[in-house]
Write a protein that binds this ligand. Structure first.
Ligand SMILES: [Zn+2]
Length: 368
């Protein structure tokens, strides 16, 4: 801040952790902030209530933030998304998975940014000031949400500037665009210390889940939840948010999803002797953990001693795909699910016969 001049910012406060982190960073930099929250028919409208609670918490600590809640429910009522449409369920699992694309709301961020731009112009005119539009988008959003990518914001900033008088006093600020959720949490810890706020209280007053229950409590299982839980784990803290299950259980589930994604989508390998089904000999079938296709029967399972589940044959009609794999200086046969193309493990032809060496995390057992 120079010479006590007021520096103005407008931002979208969803009530989630990224925009809450953004608010803390603007306040720590000395901005006078106006927050806009949108009600757009989201199933997780609890987030707007949480945003209000945090604004109240800030005011109790002498930090005053303008807050407007804008009703866009009717405008969004015909837009199809798992976040807004009752007949489309919010998928569970790791964020990067293909199915998470159903949580995209058509043109959402362009609509939100347009409104923010209009606010910024109005504030600039009435207060005779420069105004920064701040957004909490981060790199973790880029893969699934095209309207969270830097090139999109570069482009709309140019378009809005072209379409308005007074746009020379408006600029966009996206401090987290090349950062991730872990960075946002670390930044927030510093900013809370700087502002004299309690980090756990602030983040208890947020919502990240896309499908919280009626009382606003999260299952910890939607993709957004899992990403949040892993971020708190990365900074060595418990998420202060209340979940339906204990922190230990939601964390275990999140770590399982992370490992499953790594093995099945990035051709990873779980550590030997760690899988649930390595020494598992109940009677039943083993299905693909991603798509549910039946891959193996317990009748062909045996103890190979190598640390991963081993099968002498695949289930009838499983049609497991076999590919030559020359990675790691070896020639092996890689096996993949024919239904969803997920990596499963390898097939070895040994003196005793075939051995399908499968990562336990790729399988879901079903009792017969
Ligand atoms: Zn599959």
């Amino acid at each position: 801040m120079d010479g006590g001049a007021i520096i103005r910012a407008v931002m979208a406060l969803s009530g989630g952790m990224d925009s809450t982190g953004l608010l803390l960073s603007l306040l720590a930099e000395g901005y006078h902030v106006t927050c806009i929250s949108y009600e757009y028919g989201q199933k997780h409208s609890i987030e707007v209530e949480r945003a209000k609670v945090n604004i109240q918490y800030l005011s109790e600590h002498g930090i005053f933030v303008g807050h407007e809640v804008i009703d866009l429910k009717s405008a969004f009522s015909s837009l199809q998304s798992a976040l807004t449409t009752d007949s489309i369920l919010v998928p569970e699992g790791h964020y990067e998975e293909e199915q998470m694309k159903s949580t995209v709301v058509p043109n959402r961020n362009a609509i939100f940014a347009s409104i923010l731009y209009g606010y910024a112009l109005s504030i600039s005119a009435t207060e005779d000031s420069d105004v920064v539009i701040a957004l909490g988008v981060h790199s973790g959003d880029h893969a699934i949400y095209p309207d969270c990518r830097p090139e999109f914001y570069d482009s709309i900033e140019k378009s809005f500037a072209l379409g308005n008088w007074g746009s020379d006093r408006i600029s966009m600020k996206l401090p987290y665009i090349n950062q991730d959720k872990v960075y946002i949490l670390r930044d927030s810890i510093n900013n809370c210390n700087h502002l004299g706020l309690d980090f756990d209280t602030v983040f208890r007053n947020t919502n990240t889940s896309y499908n919280p229950d009626e009382s606003g409590i999260s299952s910890g299982k939607s993709g957004a939840d899992i990403e949040r839980i892993l971020a708190f784990n990365s900074i060595g803290r418990r998420d202060p948010l209340e979940y339906i299950d204990t922190w230990e259980n939601v964390l275990e589930n999140a770590l399982k999803h992370k490992l499953r994604h790594h093995v099945m989508k990035e051709n990873g390998t779980e550590r030997p002797f760690t899988g649930l089904y390595d020494k598992h000999y109940d009677s039943g079938v083993y299905n693909c953990a991603d798509c549910g296709q039946t891959l193996f029967s317990s009748k062909s399972k045996f103890d190979s001693g190598c640390g991963w589940p081993a099968f002498s044959d695949e289930f009838q009609n499983a049609n497991i795909e076999k590919l030559v794999d020359n990675s790691h200086g070896m020639t092996r046969i890689e096996v993949r699910c024919s239904e969803c193309d997920s990596h499963l493990g390898h097939l070895f032809h040994e003196s005793k016969g075939p051995r399908y060496c499968i990562n336990s995390i790729c399988l879901e057992f079903m009792e017969e």
